[in-house]
Design a protein around this ligand. Sequence first.
Ligand SMILES: Nc1ncnc2c1ncn2[C@@H]1O[C@H](COP(=O)(O)OP(=O)(O)OP(=O)(O)O)[C@@H](O)[C@H]1O
Length: 334
Amino acid sequence: MAAIISADGVDKTFRQLKRQSGLAGGLRSLFSRTYTEIRAVSDITFAIEPGEAVGYLGPNGAGKSTMIKMMTGILTPSAGALSVLGREPHTNRMRNAREIGVVFGQRSQLWWDLPVRDSFALNRHIYDIPEARFADNLAFLTEMLDMGAYLDRPVRQLSLGQRMRAEIALALLHDPKIIFLDEPTIGLDVVAKDAVRKFLARVNRERGTTIILTTHDLVDIEEICPRLIMVDDGKLLFDGELTRLRADLGSRRRLTLEFATDPGPLPLATATLSRDEGAAKHYLLEDEAISLIDVLNEVGRGHGLKDVKLEEPDIEEVIRTFYQNKSRLAGAAS
Ligand SMILES: Nc1ncnc2c1ncn2[C@@H]1O[C@H](COP(=O)(O)OP(=O)(O)OP(=O)(O)O)[C@@H](O)[C@H]1O
C-alpha cells in the first residue's frame, strides 16, 4: 500500500536574530545582525500507511509541533522531502486542507463568540460539504462526543473538555482522510481524556481515518496508537509498535503477593523483591520467560498466600527506561 504520509530526511531549521544586551548592544544589532540557528527537526524519515494511528512523542522542545506544522503545510521544511496524500503539503495548502483535519490543543479553531453550531455551519461552507453528509456527520459527532447539551452555547462559555470535543468534531466534519492532533488531551480531566481517547480510537477503527497525534500523555498513545514515533532534540529515536518497545526494553512485570500474615523474608530466584510491606511483598519479574506458575511453585504452600496480583509494565516506565538508556548510551559515547 502506498504511504499516506512520507518523510524523507526532513529538516527544519529556524533562524533567530541574536539580540545583544544593553543600549549599545541594541544599536550594534541594528548594523550587524547575527543569527543563531535552531535545528528543530533533524533528518526525520518515516512512512505512514492509510488507516494507521501513530503517536508522536517526545519531551518539550523535541520538535513535535514543528513536524505537525510541516505535515499540515503551515511550515516549509528546510531540507528533505515530505509528502502528504501524494502532495507536498506547503505548496498545496488549500487542496491539502480539504483532505486533512487539524486540532491544536492550545489554539482554538472555533469562533469564540458564536454558538458551537455556527462554527460548524461555517465550516460546511468553507469545505463545501454536501448538506446531507453534513447533517449525517453532525448527528454522528454530536452523539458520539455527547455535545447535544451545548451545541447552541457560545464557545467562550464551554469548559475545556467540552471545547476540545467541539474542536475535534469541527476537524472531522468534512470527512478528512487524516486528522492531525497536537496535544488533544492537554489540560483535560480524567473523564474528558477518556472520552476523547475512546472517540478517536473509534474514528480510526470504524472510519479508517489516519491519526497522527503528538502528546506528552503516554496513556493517549496506549489507548489510541499502536505505533509510536519517539523524537528528542529533533531526531528520531524510535519508530515501531509500542509492544516492540516494551519487548525490547524487557517487560518488568510487577507482582504482588499478599499473605495472611507476614511470612518473614522471602527471597525468590524467579522474581526480584522491590518492596517488602510485611504481609504484602512486591516483586519485579525481570525475565519474560518466567511465568506466574514458576513463581508460585517457588513460593510453595505453607506461607498462607492469600492473593496474587500481576501487572504489565506501564507505558510510563517503558518510556522512562528508553530515555534513560539513551542518555546512558550518549554519555558512554562522549
Ligand atoms: N517559530 C520558531 N522560531 C524559532 N524557534 C522555534 C520556532 N518554533 C519552534 N522553535 C524551536 O524549535 C524547537 C522545537 O519546538 P517544537 O515546538 O516543535 O517542540 P515540541 O516538541 O512541540 O515541544 P512542546 O512539547 O514543548 O510543545 C524548540 O527549541 C523551539 O524553541
